[in-house]
Design a protein around this ligand. Structure first.
Ligand code: KIV
Length: 270
């Protein structure tokens, strides 16, 4: 548990951590209660991911998420945070192909949620949007490799950039995002060696998910690492708890206690 007086994490903190070789920790959260626990445990960055679409709403993809959904989740998270940097995913359709729309969407997220930065998926093709968002002083995190918002273009969630041409393109995209002014980049599901090489080539910190140990930090989806989701077991996922099992046990016991009349007891009654 970290003191609530601990120094707030900023984009500069992350850049300093890369310089000093200290690994950055990032987890997703989508609501007040879990954000409060994650922040209190001392993680550096909370990502209000559009993975909320999968783990909160039960959708198959992240495509249905709207600005309103993301703003709502981000507001809830911000209310639970004292210290973390809160990065909010820009949802599909809120920034691609139109830099003015991107700026408008990013301003709405910052104003209405109180988040501290936004994250966008894509490389050179979204540099105009990134640059325009940065003109408003909004910090931008990039996201390369497996970009779930483009699932219908790729068709699968398999490892990206295994072939040389795609790997070269990823390096070019990463350099373009850095040049555009991103403060950090997420690498999702790419070969560890590629992530290592690109991380070394960049001055800004990289955060990996399924991208090996040599990124400057790591991120996992909270519901996956806590064992709340059961039907998702990629190789990169380490489960740190079995909260699903704990919930099942507690709810079953509650049902038994209500049915057999042992809850509520005399002491639990007025
Ligand atoms: O939406 C999300 O949770 C993400 C992470 C997987 C990086 O983008």
């Amino acid at each position: 548990m970290v003191s609530s007086r601990a120094k707030k994490v900023t984009t500069h903190t992350l850049q300093e951590m890369k310089r000093s070789g200290e690994k950055i920790t990032m987890l997703t959260a989508y609501d007040y209660s879990l954000a409060r626990l994650v922040d209190g445990a001392g993680v550096d960055v909370i990502l209000v991911g559009d993975s909320a679409s999968n783990v909160m709403a039960g959708n198959d993809t992240t495509v249905p998420m709207t600005l309103e959904h993301m703003i709502y989740h981000a507001q809830c998270v911000v209310n639970g945070v004292d210290r973390c940097l809160v990065v909010v995913d820009m949802p599909f359709g809120s920034y691609q192909g139109d830099s003015k729309l991107a700026l408008k969407s990013a301003i709405r997220i910052m104003k209405e949620s109180g988040g501290h930065a936004v994250k966008l998926e894509g490389g050179i093709e979204i540099v105009d949007s990134i640059k325009r968002i940065l003109t408003a002083g909004i910090p931008v995190m990039g996201h390369l490799g497996l970009t779930p918002q483009s699932i219908y273009k790729f068709g699968t969630y398999t490892v990206r950039a295994k072939e040389e041409v795609e790997a070269k393109r990823l390096m070019e995209d990463a350099l373009a995002l850095q040049e555009a002014g991103c403060f950090s980049i997420v690498f999702e599901k790419i070969p560890a060696n590629l992530a290592k090489g690109v991380s070394q080539a960049l001055d800004i910190p990289t955060i990996g998910i399924g991208a090996g140990p040599d990124c400057d930090g790591q991120v996992l989806v909270l519901h996956d690492m806590l064992g709340i989701t059961k039907d998702f077991s990629p190789r990169f996922l380490r489960r740190y708890a079995d909260v699903g099992e704990a919930v099942d046990g507690a709810v079953s016991k509650y049902i038994d206690d209500v049915r057999n009349g042992s809850f509520p007891s005399h002491e639990e009654s007025y």
